[in-house]
Design a protein around this ligand. Structure first.
Ligand code: ACM
Length: 263
C-alpha cells in the first residue's frame, strides 16, 4: 500500500488558492498513491483571530466546496485522502478532518484535544475514536495536539488501527520525535502530515515546524521532509507489519497491559 503526505505552506484565508495548489499537485500524472494525508486546516490556514473569521471559513462536511474538491481528486486519482479543515455543523465549528475515496465521502473526525486559542473558537469533537476501513486496512485519524494524549492513539490501536493518518499544524517539534515512540508503543505506521511557514497575524503570529514524516511500527523513519519546503513523499508499506504486537516470546504490547493498575 502506498501512503504519503503533502507538506506545504497554506496561505491564511486563501481557500481557493490552497485547494487549487493541492488539486494541481495531487493530480500530477506521475503521482501514484493509495492514501494521501494533508495538513490540519490545509484549506484555510491555522491562526484564526475571531469567531466570525472561523464561521466565514468553515464548511459543512461533505457538502462544502473543500470536501467536494477532494472527492473529485480522489476519484480522478483512484486514491484515498485524509485532510484537515474547519467544519461548520449547525451552529458549532469543529477542527475536523474528512476522509474521502474514489467512491466519495467516507467519514469525518473532529479533533477532541483542542490546542491553545482553538479553545476560543472551536467545539470539542463529538465523534468517538474508531479506525476506518481503507483497502482492507484499518486507518485511524487524529489531528495535531491529539498526539500528546497517548490514550487517543492507544484507543485507535486497541481497535485495530494499522496506520494513523495525522494532519498537523505543529508549532513545536516534539511530535516529530514523540511519534517514533507512539509508533513503537502501538506498533503501527504514522503519517505525520505537517505544514510549514509563518502566519503573520499580529500578536497571534505563529511559525510552523514542517519536518513531516512517515514512521514504521518499529520506529524507523521511512520518509521525512525539511522544516520549510513544499514536498510530497510517498512510501510503499505492508500494513500487516502492524498486526503482530509481540515484542518477544514473552511480551506482547497489548496482552501485557495492566489496566487494573492504571486507575
Ligand atoms: C496544534 O494542535 N495545531 C498544535
Amino acid at each position: 500500500m502506498k501512503i504519503g503526505y503533502f507538506q506545504f505552506n497554506p496561505v491564511f484565508g486563501a481557500k481557493y488558492t490552497n485547494i487549487k495548489k493541492v488539486s494541481q499537485k495531487l493530480q500530477d500524472k506521475m503521482l501514484n498513491c493509495d492514501l494521501m494525508v494533508l495538513p490540519e486546516f490545509f484549506n484555510t490556514g491555522y491562526n484564526f483571530i475571531s469567531k466570525k473569521e472561523v464561521q466565514n471559513l468553515s464548511e459543512k462536511i461533505p457538502e462544502g466546496e473543500t470536501t467536494q474538491a477532494l472527492m473529485s481528486i480522489a476519484k480522478n486519482k483512484n486514491m484515498f485522502i485524509v485532510a484537515g479543515l474547519p467544519e461548520k455543523e449547525k451552529n458549532y465549528c469543529f477542527n475536523s478532518a474528512c476522509i474521502v475515496g474514489p467512491d466519495g465521502f467516507i467519514a469525518k473526525y473532529q479533533k477532541i484535544h483542542l490546542f491553545f486559542r482553538e479553545k476560543l473558537f472551536f467545539t470539542t469533537g463529538k465523534i468517538k475514536l474508531n479506525p476506518i476501513d481503507i483497502k482492507k486496512t484499518k486507518v485511524g485519524v487524529l489531528i495535531c495536539f491529539d498526539w500528546i494524549f497517548p490514550e487517543a492513539m492507544r484507543t485507535l490501536a486497541l481497535k485495530g488501527a494499522q496506520i494513523i493518518a495525522h494532519p498537523t499544524n505543529l508549532v513545536l517539534s516534539f511530535y516529530q520525535s514523540a511519534s517514533i515512540t507512539r509508533a513503537i508503543e502501538n506498533r503501527l505506521f504514522i503519517v505525520l502530515a505537517n505544514r510549514w511557514g509563518y502566519e503573520n497575524r499580529g500578536k497571534n503570529s505563529f511559525s510552523f515546524t514542517g519536518k513531516s514524516q512517515i514512521v514504521s511500527p518499529f520506529g524507523e523513519i521511512l520518509a521525512c521532509s525539511p522544516s520549510a519546503k513544499d514536498e510530497i513523499k510517498i512510501v510503499n508499506i505492508d500494513p500487516s507489519k502492524a498486526n503482530d504486537k509481540n515484542i518477544n516470546k514473552y511480551n506482547n504490547l497489548f496482552k501485557d497491559r495492566k489496566p487494573k493498575f492504571y486507575v
